[in-house]
Design a protein around this ligand. Structure first.
Ligand code: HEM
Length: 371
């Protein structure tokens, strides 16, 4: 029920502003949402904060990215110099670039943590299958942001890592050659590749992410937060589930954590500035120590370890097909886990999650040490 607004009476400025608006626009739905939304309180409630943290770090990326755009120049001749100008000449440019770089890495780490927490709590089970699917798409989009952004400073490390990374697409059967040319804008990594990665990074990926983030958040608001199966069973046995009001109790806690993240980002930017390295020289020999961003290391190292030929199939082709299959299984988890869909524990999917986590950690460290 909407309350009758009355702008004539006193009250704080914000109350009067809301009342003024309500006289003109029907805000009863918003008011109802704000007054009734609750977050379940139980032993695993801490994991709920990871989604909000992902959202915050994404907003940091958008804000700092827009500021970087004011000075960045997307050409092979000027990109490196423009980033050097940002970090040495522009007031607080170093801070903005460092926060953008650190926050990108933190964002990927937090999104992975969010995925695994959702996986282990089986929060993907019916009716949240589409929330999971939209989340996996968001993870892929975050990885694409990382991959495309890595090349933009046009430094040596990024140039050769992109050469290797885009070359891997060539192993995809049938369309591989086309994909490499599509990504590179030709047969080699050149200024044309930089233009394409720039377009991806500042236009295509932000637009796609806005849509998918909208879907993700809309579904979450419509469905409310899930509770773990163990808690759900207690509720079915008649135990009461405590709820915390979303406004202001939960939001205050969320914002507090965002402050901590911001402080951490500022400290990292100050004490551990992101290196710019040397400008890319396409004709220079491949330098030692070329490696992708840490979140691609596990895949990178797996491809290195696969034998050149397995049962007559090229090892790299097999590896790429394996990653494709893993991505498809990841998307389909809510539809494959029938036990969780019925509200029953599903230890085999927990074991699959543990195996995936162990694989990612071990192969990332192994890949890092092997370079
Ligand atoms: C940019 C990336 C992402 C953002 C900004 C984001 C944001 C959020 C937010 C704000 C919530 C509500 C609070 C919470 O449960 O943590 C949430 C819930 C959820 N997210 Fe994400 N998310 C992202 C990526 C992902 C990924 C990669 C997955 C999994 C594949 C995922 C699956 C889910 C699911 C199933 C829920 C509902 C959880 C529940 O009801 O208990 N999200 N997300």
């Amino acid at each position: 029920m909407s309350r009758e607004p009355d702008v004539s009476r006193g009250g704080s400025l914000s109350h009067r502003a809301v009342a003024w608006l309500e006289e003109r626009v029907d805000l009863s739905d918003v008011r109802h949402f704000v007054e009734t939304k609750g977050v379940p309180v139980h032993g695993h409630k801490l994991w709920y904060y990871l989604g909000g943290m992902s959202l915050f770090l994404f907003i940091v990326q958008v804000a700092t990215g827009i500021l970087l755009l004011l000075y960045y120049r997307p050409s092979a001749e000027e990109a490196y110099e423009s980033v050097r100008f940002i970090v040495t000449q522009v007031e607080f440019g170093w801070l903005i670039r460092n926060v953008h770089s650190w926050s990108a890495n933190l964002l990927v780490a937090v999104v992975f943590a969010h995925l695994f927490s959702v996986l282990f709590l089986k929060a993907y089970r019916k009716p949240r299958e589409l929330t999971w699917v939209s989340g996996v798409v968001l993870l892929f989009l975050m990885l694409a942001f990382g991959f495309s952004g890595y090349l933009l400073p046009w430094n040596e490390l990024a140039f050769f890592a992109t050469k290797v990374g885009t070359g891997i697409a060539g192993a995809v059967p049938i369309v591989g050659g086309f994909m490499v040319r599509l990504l590179r804008g030709g047969d080699e990594v050149t200024g044309a590749t930089l233009s394409r990665f720039y377009g991806l990074h500042v236009a295509i990926l932000p637009a796609a992410t806005t849509v998918w983030l909208g879907v993700h958040l809309l579904l979450i608001q419509r469905q409310g937060m899930s509770v773990p199966i163990s808690v759900e069973r207690k509720v079915q046995r008649g135990e009461r589930l405590r709820q915390m009001p979303f406004f202001p109790d939960y939001v205050v806690r969320d914002v507090l954590l965002w402050y901590v993240a911001l402080a951490l980002l500022a400290a990292l930017a100050l004490f551990s500035p992101w290196e710019l390295g040397v400008k890319a020289d396409p004709f220079a020999p491949v330098p030692a120590g070329i490696r992708p961003e840490w979140y691609f290391l596990a895949m990178f190292h797996t491809l290195k370890l696969v034998p050149a030929h397995v049962l007559g199939i090229e090892g790299e082709v097999l590896g790429v097909l394996g990653f494709g299959l893993a991505g498809a299984v990841l998307l389909a988890i809510p539809f494959l886990d029938r036990r969780a869909a019925r509200g029953e524990p599903s230890p085999s999917f927990t074991a699959l999650g543990v195996a995936a986590l162990v694989y990612l950690i071990v192969f990332s460290i192994w890949g890092y040490l092997a370079v």
